[in-house]
Design a protein around this ligand. Sequence first.
Ligand SMILES: *[C@@H]1O[C@H](CO)[C@@H](O)[C@H](O)[C@H]1NC(C)=O
Ligand SMILES: *[C@@H]1O[C@H](CO)[C@@H](O)[C@H](O)[C@H]1NC(C)=O
Ligand SMILES: *[C@@H]1O[C@H](CO)[C@@H](O)[C@H](O)[C@H]1NC(C)=O
Ligand SMILES: *[C@@H]1O[C@H](CO)[C@@H](O)[C@H](O)[C@H]1NC(C)=O
Length: 361
Amino acid sequence: MGFKVSQRCLLLFLFLLSNNSLLVYVNGETEKISCNMFEGSWVVDPSYPLYNASICPFVGKEFDCVENGRPDQLYLQYRWQPAHGCSLSRFDGRNFLEKLRGKTIMFVGDSLSKNHWLSLLCMIHSSVPSESYDVNLSAAKGMTTYTFTGYGVKVIYHHSLYLVDVVKAKTGKVLKLDSITNGNLWLDVDYLIFNTWHWWTRKGPKQPFDYIQEGNKVYKEGDMDRLVAFGKAIDTWGRWVDANIDPLKSKVFFQGISPTHYNGTNWGEPLAQACIGQKVPIPGSTYTGTPSAALEVLKYELKTIKKPVTLLDITNLSSMRKDGHPSTYGLDKKSGKDCSHWCLAGVPDTWNILLYNILML
Ligand SMILES: *[C@@H]1O[C@H](CO)[C@@H](O)[C@H](O)[C@H]1NC(C)=O
Ligand SMILES: *[C@@H]1O[C@H](CO)[C@@H](O)[C@H](O)[C@H]1NC(C)=O
Ligand SMILES: *[C@@H]1O[C@H](CO)[C@@H](O)[C@H](O)[C@H]1NC(C)=O
Ligand SMILES: *[C@@H]1O[C@H](CO)[C@@H](O)[C@H](O)[C@H]1NC(C)=O
């Protein structure tokens, strides 16, 4: 659907030349399909944004930077343009609902997954504003489901900070690297998009556990490198996928690592106060800054999974968007700057356009 036949031939030729592709990890092998949608540049497109967050019924103040007083608006108008003659289909909410009729799509992870999920809901809603929906909030399970009733399409967020378990023990809260007990909530879902990373770097009072456990070994805070711990959890998750996913029923995605912009040195502006006051993306095409160590670990672990998992490789393209964060126009203006989440409309809309193009192929 995304590419014309002649373009396919051209793109095939380009793969051979530049080895650019969408990576699907299957049984330790990487399969390459279509062009690399993840390399390119941000271009101003006056037809953007795709929706007005203030009239999107799903997004609260949390990500609505305009509503929170952000004065500059150019950041709303950047469209992702892949390189190498590759083009993306524009998101069409009705087409999306038609294609997913009767199906369920679930975002599992931390608030970056929530960011991604709310973006998709707003994009669908702005395409089909009169389409009815209902909501089911299950606080105990950390799940919120919106159902577009005319199509029977469920769009779900399951809040899970680490994908693996955090359990209460006598000694305190324990992050268990080799255990996933909530996986039953993910069974029989047609499209699963996972994410975890940001909470792995948290320490001190903002860290929601006291110990890390692997098997019978218990580690005190600081005894295990967080990147190593993250890798072990992804390994556990991968084994869960291999043991539980029926690839004929469920398609599994990993959202990739969403970058933060707290340190200007990473984008050649050492004097920048994190993302505060950033109004334009990093110029140029393709990201050349510091590679994400978490992404390297993630890619390494994904290769060990036997069932197909598609990496939505959004790290580099999002890394260029130092202008895309709520900054001082987030939920909690008093506590300063949010250079971790993304304003809506904004960068996660592009993640959904990429997802849409993969699903519609
Ligand atoms: C978005 O919606 C709000 C509320 O209806 C309105 O005040 C504002 O002008 C709209 N913004 C744009 C760019 O249309
Ligand atoms: C709401 O969601 C919960 C958790 O998934 C489920 O047990 C319950 O049956 C749902 N309720 C309705 C009315 O669909
Ligand atoms: C930013 O990153 C540079 C290079 O990695 C490092 O030397 C510096 O200490 C960092 N600054 C802050 C405020 O973390
Ligand atoms: C992302 O950037 C790194 C360099 O920082 C590069 O090695 C890698 O190929 C890029 N990946 C994509 C998908 O553009």
